[in-house]
Structures are given as structure tokens and as C-alpha cells.
Design a binder for this molecule. Sequence first.
Ligand code: P6P
Length: 336
Amino acid sequence: MMAKQYQTLGEFIIDNQADFPYSSGELSRLINSIRLAAKVVNHEVNKAGLVDIIGAYGETNIQGEDQQKLDVYANQKFIQTLTNREIVCGIASEENDDFITIAGCNNDHQNKYVVLMDPLDGSSNIDVNVSVGTIFSVYRRVTPIGTPVTKEDFLQPGNKQVAAGYIIYGTSTMLVYTTGHGVNGFTLNPALGSWYLSHPDMKFPKNGSIYSINEGNYVHFPEGVKKYIKYCQEEEEDRPYTSRYIGSMVSDIHRNMIKGGIFIYPKSSKAFNGKLRLLYECNPMAYIIEQAGGKASDGFSRIMDIQPTELHQRAPFFAGSKNMVEKAEEFMKKFQ
Ligand code: P6P
């Protein structure tokens, strides 16, 4: 029997050029550059245990977190690929204190997109062989083309994103992204170096029975979160739910998008605005989740409507199946 023929990412981009309105092909070239860098990073992630590339790099990033060598490697690869292909005019990364200006070969700043990224999210899991991910977010610049980018180009609310996606380096490597016309998932065939449309038109189940939260922080949670956790654990209706927490947000949310569920990283007495970064973790994941029919909030209002003030600011994050997020928001609004 003939093996099922899957469309490749390249074919998909050509067939869906209309997804990139007003784009002179830059956005599709941007997605192409992401997939190239992802293949290179995937190769290193998959052999991390074999070469001396794991373990702390001896530096700490702006978050005060030990930089794993793969963090640094992934950051360099994505920046290099986006820079070399003359596609973007600026990049902001979790691993860089400030944004990077890219002038283009004629030093003319003619490119119109900026990219914000977490090059290797969940990197503390690298040494224990748990899946990690890359997260990226794309905006049109808001300052005049032809001038160097400013912080204003990066401090845009998530509702202005033109594209967002993640790569999950798991049992298989997948690229999942949206350009505002739904969400599609591509699986890498490492033998061929090709990405295949394995998950067309992904939809976030409206309901689910998985809740993902680090319950080790329970005593530090707001009352509303504590009440919601107890609600998930009660023997009522379709509950108790199943608790699943990988500690790698891309993996937790990817699983929940396939099976249904809610992911919560709330504020706490230990982390007043939560831990996750608004610009390059919450917003891109929220864009994907909403495009797939799910919901993403800070427990009270839409995460993508927050007007950012700082590049590395954090936000509480409640994301996933629409009905589950709305139930959690009920508890937050009632108990704070
Ligand atoms: P905790 C990984 O470092 C990360 O940024 C997310 O991917 C993950 O969801 C979260 O932190 C885990 O944090 O405090 O539960 O270990």
C-alpha cells in the first residue's frame, strides 16, 4: 500500500502565499529561515548527550538563569540565520539583555519585520533528556522603514503579531506555527531534512481533563488558583482531572493542544508577575492557542491585549481549552 503522501512545508508555504498579505515574500522567507535554523538546532539537541555541549555555559542570562551551552548555541543559530538571510530589521531574545539591530547589507534597514524569541525554552530539562522547545513571535515594525529599530518596535501588544510558532524537540521534532489563518503542524523527517504537514488545521479542544501547574508552589499561589486546583481534584462531573506537568511549557501546551487541557503559570508570593515572559513566551503561545480556538489570559483578561513596558517583563499565564480557562478565570475573579 502506498505510504500516505504528506505535503512538505515548502509546498505548503507556496500554496498558502495568500496567508502572507502585503508581504513581498519576506514573511514566507522568514518562516523558511526559522525551519532551517530549527533543523540545525535539532541536530545538536538530539546529540546533546554525546558531546560536551550540555551543562552550564558558565554564564547567566538576564533572567539570572544558568545558560546551558545549547541555549547559547540555539540563540546564535537563530540570530545568525535570520541575520544572514536579510529578512528582519531587529531581533530580541531571552538570552540577550537588549534587542539586536540588523541594518541589512546596504546598512539601509529596509526590512520590515522584527522577531522575538526564546531560543531554547525549558533548557533546564536538557541534562535530563526531557523535550525542550523554541518559541518565536513576529511583528511588523512600527517605526519608519530605513531607520534603525527602536524598543517601540518590540514593545507591541500580542494582538499585533503577524506570525508566531514553536519548535518542539521531542520524540519527534515539530514546527507548529500560525500567520493568522489557523495553526498547522509540520514534523521533521531528519533523514531527509524535510518538514511534512502532519497536523493540518490544529484545533484546541474546547474541553479537557488535564491540568498543568507546578503544584510544588501551592502554598505560594493566590487563593483563586488554590480553589481551582481543588476544583480539578474533586470527584464531580468529569472530574477529577489528570495532573500532567513536564516543566517545559512548549511540551505541556503542545500535549494539551492535542488532548485538551489547561496550562497555568500564575503569579505567586515568590514570583509577583509569574515566571513566563510576556513578549517571547506568553504572546506567541497565546496567538497559536487562540488561532486554534483556545484561550489565553493572565487569569483576568486577554494576554495579547497587555501593552508591554519592558522587553523581559513577565506575566501570569492561564492558557488552553477555552472552557477550562474560563472556569479558572471564574475562580480568579471570585477569590483573586
Ligand atoms: P518551574 C522553563 O524554564 C520554563 O520557562 C517553562 O518552559 C516552564 O513551563 C517553566 O519554566 C517551569 O518553571 O518553576 O515550574 O520549574
